[in-house]
Design a protein around this ligand. Sequence first.
Ligand SMILES: Cc1cc2nc3c(=O)[nH]c(=O)nc-3n(C[C@H](O)[C@H](O)[C@H](O)COP(=O)(O)OP(=O)(O)OC[C@H]3O[C@@H](n4cnc5c(N)ncnc54)[C@H](O)[C@@H]3O)c2cc1C
Ligand code: FES
Ligand code: FES
Length: 479
Amino acid sequence: MVSNIISFVSEDKIVEIKNPDPNETLLNYIRTKLKKTGTKEGCAEGGCGACTVVLGELKNNEINYKSINSCITLLPTLQGKQLILVEDLISKDGSLHPVQKAMVDCHGSQCGFCTPGFVMALFSMFKQYSRPKGEIIKDSIAGNLCRCTGYQPIIKAAQSLKNKNKIDHFSKNKKIIIKLLKKINNKSILIKKKDKQYFAPRYVQELKKIIKRNINANFLSGGTDMSLSITKERKDINSIIYMNSIHELNYIKNNTKYIEIGATTPLSELENYIKKYYPDFTKILKRYGSLQIRNVGTVAGNIATASPIGDCLPLLLSLNAQIVLQDFKKTKILFLDNFFINYRKTKLKKGQFIHSIRIPLFKKNIFKAYKISKRFDDDISSVCAAFNLEIIKNKIVSIRIAYGGMAAVPKRATSCEKILLNSLINHETINKAKEALEKDFKPINDMRASRFYRMEVAKNLLEKCYVEIKKAKTIGLYG
Ligand SMILES: Cc1cc2nc3c(=O)[nH]c(=O)nc-3n(C[C@H](O)[C@H](O)[C@H](O)COP(=O)(O)OP(=O)(O)OC[C@H]3O[C@@H](n4cnc5c(N)ncnc54)[C@H](O)[C@@H]3O)c2cc1C
Ligand code: FES
Ligand code: FES
């Protein structure tokens, strides 16, 4: 069934919006149409968390609660989901939700501007974890900024939740919500409004038919890059194909040779899955935007954006990843090495989409990755580096090194690799390899870092990798 009516669940009811503006943000809808002003607007670019709301989505007959930034979420993408706002947390009898009560009891609010965002970020954590602590708490609120309370009282409020009874009015109504979500989960969306059109197919086959007739349409996945051209650059996006409605492409699997990630898989799911194979990949993803960003953002979007500071890109290049591209007729598999042409220019052709990403499994290799940014959490890299090497009897027998933030595109350090390949791993070789980085890169000065700083950092990260490997070998970690 194809419809121009968006259906979602709010306050235990199905709400319908006929033919919404495809460029309207969810935040705008909440504040100006629903007239619910608990959800705040701070930055309008996904960076402060003031606009955090929670979406409930059906997965394996359960509701998966995710915090998201409503300021960069386009309204039609609400189709088939449950929308939970800060106003919805209070029970019908007027009592506060355990998360709200914890914030009051621990004095977690002063001016209150950031508070609804924190409450919603903590609410999604409360629904997902039975005993949240440490890293889980930090991760849940790393995307929320507070400029007056200070974080300690908020962290205390979060810690106190581990002792709280998990039964709230959402768990009591779960069966009803699941039934409602199932009822609205059966349609694809086609909106035509003035000069704008929006498609949300549910299957790849349907997607291909849409592409054939709309070759210039823009693919939208998490929207964490694309929506900013609406909210910050004030541009219109006239033709959109929403990819994340295709559940068929939301998967991660592996065989003995590679991990395959479907294009619509959110980064927050990848960070859990890949930890077992490449712990440093997870380490970088944990510092990739915020949980709100990673709950919707995708690797496919990161690749297609082709930003020189896209964090997945040096990691994928060093792991020799491949991308599976499709258009309405053909499938093509390309090494990521051959994908980036120039600043934000790729080999992606009109009507071609990223279907999936394949990351080889190097079972004998050491994989290390580092991100340097001005702020530890929720900040863009100044430099990001990834090292993938195999060492046999102190000799480097294979190596792939890639950097972000050092050139117009994320790029391999091939001169540096040449020095290291088939060499003994020692301080002398590393010093030569560090010098070779000067041949590989001519970084630029910008507001994030100077050219000099970038080069120094790039060299130091290579040294850091060496020191860590040496230390690990001394204690027998790498044989
Ligand atoms: C607050 C904030 C913090 C951020 N922090 C980081 C960070 O730390 N590190 C980092 O690397 N990035 C960061 N980003 C950028 C962004 O989150 C990533 O690039 C993300 O991976 C983009 O994925 P998406 O699914 O949201 O892409 P979208 O915004 O939906 O799309 C981005 C581009 O990719 C295209 N596209 C999307 N899916 C496909 C597909 N399947 N096939 C073909 N083309 C496609 C779109 O047409 C568009 O051109 C941040 C962004 C924000 C707003
Ligand atoms: S308003 Fe700042 S993240 Fe949305
Ligand atoms: S309470 Fe004022 S910004 Fe957080």
